[in-house]
Design a protein around this ligand. Structure first.
Ligand SMILES: NC(=O)c1ccc[n+]([C@@H]2O[C@H](COP(=O)([O-])OP(=O)(O)OC[C@H]3O[C@@H](n4cnc5c(N)ncnc54)[C@H](O)[C@@H]3O)[C@@H](O)[C@H]2O)c1
Ligand SMILES: O=P(O)(O)OC[C@H](O)CO
Length: 329
C-alpha cells in the first residue's frame, strides 16, 4: 500500500517505521524543513525516534505531495491542532482512501472525538475512518518490543485491510468495530495517568495506584456506555491495556507530567519542563464537559481538571475524592 503519515512527532515517525516494516511505501509529512532534511540525510528523526525509520519512507513539508495516491492517510498531530491541519486536506483525499487516526484526545469546545473531527472537516463518511489505539508507547515500538494494538473501524472489512497493512512481527493488531469505545479509552487514560503520576510523586503506594486504575476504568466505561460504546471494549487493549501501560510507565508523557504536578509544580512550570504533547492536560477539560453534558459522574477527571486548571493542591484533590459519599461498586 501507499501511505501518507501527517505528523512527524514521536508516534507519527514510529508508525511510519511500522508501515515500512510491514511492506508499505510511506511519505511522512513534517511541518519543519529541518526534520525533512534530517530524514533525507540520515534516515532518522532525532529527538522523536531512535534508529532508522526505514528505506521505504521519504519525508516532505508539502502535504499535497504526501497525500498523492495515498490509500492510507494516517493522522498523528496533537489533538487540539487536528482541525487546523485538516483544513485544506479534505479535497485532496483519494475517494476510497482510509483515514487512520492515531490521536488520543477530545477536542476542546466541541467535545468531539478525533474521528468525529475528521468526518466533520473532511466530509469523509464515518466508515472510512479507522482508529489505531492501545498500549502503544512509541519508544518501545521503535525498539521493536512486542506490542499489541487495536484497529477500530465501523467497516470491519476496512479494519481488516488496515490490520494487514500494519502487521509486523513486533506489532500485532486486532480489529474492533467499537470506534467510540476505543477512542474514549485512549483519551480518558491520559487523564487518569495524570492522576496516577501525581499519586506516585506524592509517595502514595500500590493500593492507591490500583484504586486509581480500577476506578479510572469505571468512570471511562460509564462515559463510554452513555455514548453508545460496548462495555467489553474497556477490558481490552484500548481500555485496560492502554490505561495500565500509560499509568505505570515512566515513558508516558502524561504520567511524567502528573509527577511534576504531584511534586508541587504549577501548570506553567510543568509545561516549561515538558516540551512535548501531553494530551490529558487539555482533554481533562473536554472530557469533563462531555461527561457533564451526558450526566455522567467522572470524579477523578473532575479533580484532575481542578488541579491542572484551577490550581487545586493535588493533596486536597485526593481528600475530596476519598471523602465523597460512599456508594455501591
Ligand atoms: N508518543 C506515543 O507514544 C503515542 C502513542 C500512541 C498515541 N499517541 C498519540 O499520537 C498523537 C501525536 O503524539 P506524538 O507523540 O507524536 O506527539 P509529539 O509531540 O511527539 O509530536 C507531535 C507532532 O505534531 C507536530 N505539530 C505540533 N503542532 C502542530 C500543528 N499545529 N500543526 C501541525 N503539526 C503540529 C509537531 O511538530 C510534532 O511533529 C497524540 O494524540 C498522542 O496522544 C502517542
Ligand atoms: O506518552 P503518552 O502519555 O502520550 O502515552 C503514549 C501512548 O498513548 C501510550 O499508549
Amino acid at each position: 500500500m501507499r501511505a501518507a503519515v501527517l505528523g512527524a512527532g514521536s508516534w507519527g515517525t514510529t508508525f511510519a517505521k511500522v508501515l515500512n516494516d510491514a511492506g508499505n511505501d510511506v511519505v511522512l509529512w513534517a511541518r519543519r524543513s529541518s526534520v525533512v532534511s534530517a530524514i533525507a540525510a540520515t534516515g532518522m528523526n532525532p529527538g522523536y525516534m531512535e534508529g532508522q525509520i526505514g528505506s521505504r519512507v521519504t519525508a516532505t513539508t508539502d502535504v499535497f505531495e504526501a497525500l498523492r495516491d495515498a490509500e492510507l492517510v494516517v493522522l498523528s498531530v496533537p489533538s487540539q491542532t487536528l482541525r487546523s491541519v485538516l483544513g485544506s486536506v479534505g479535497p485532496h483525499l483519494d475517494t476510497d482512501s482510509t483515514v487512520v487516526s492515531l490521536m488520543k484526545g477530545v477536542e476542546l469546545g466541541t467535545t468531539l472525538r478525533m474521528s468525529q473531527v475528521i468526518v466533520e472537516v473532511t466530509g469523509v463518511k464515518p466508515d472510512r475512518v479507522a482508529v489505531v489505539t492501545g498500549p502503544n508507547l512509541a519508544p518501545e515500538i521503535a525498539a521493536e518490543q512486542p506490542t499489541a494494538t487495536v484497529v477500530a473501524c465501523e467497516d470491519i472489512d476496512r479494519a481488516a485491510r488496515v490490520q494487514k497493512a500494519v502487521f509486523t512481527p513486533y506489532f500485532r493488531p486486532y480489529t474492533n468495530d467499537d470506534v467510540v469505545g476505543c477512542e474514549l479509552g485512549g483519551a480518558v487514560k491520559n487523564v487518569i495517568a495524570l492522576a496516577y503520576g501525581m499519586a506516585q510523586a506524592m509517595g502514595m503506594g500500590d493500593n492507591t495506584r490500583a484504586s486509581l486504575i480500577t476506578r479510572g476504568l469505571a468512570e471511562t466505561a460509564r462515559l463510554g456506555v452513555a455514548l453508545g460504546a460496548d462495555p467489553l471494549t474497556f477490558s481490552g487493549l484500548a481500555g485496560l491495556g492502554d490505561l495500565v501501560a500509560t499509568c505505570s510507565s515512566p515513558l508516558s508523557r502524561n504520567h511524567t507530567f502528573g509527577e511534576y504536578l504531584g511534586r508541587g509544580m504549577t501548570l506553567e512550570q510543568a509545561q516549561e519542563a515538558a516540551k512535548y504533547t501531553v494530551e490529558g492536560v487539555k482533554s481533562c477539560l473536554s472530557i469533563r464537559d462531555l461527561a457533564r453534558a451526558h450526566g455522567v459522574e467522572m470524579p477523578i477527571t473532575e479533580q484532575v481538571e481542578r488541579v491542572c486548571h484551577e490550581g487545586l493542591d493535588p493533596r486536597v484533590a485526593v481528600r475530596s475524592l476519598m471523602t465523597r459519599e460512599v456508594k455501591a461498586e
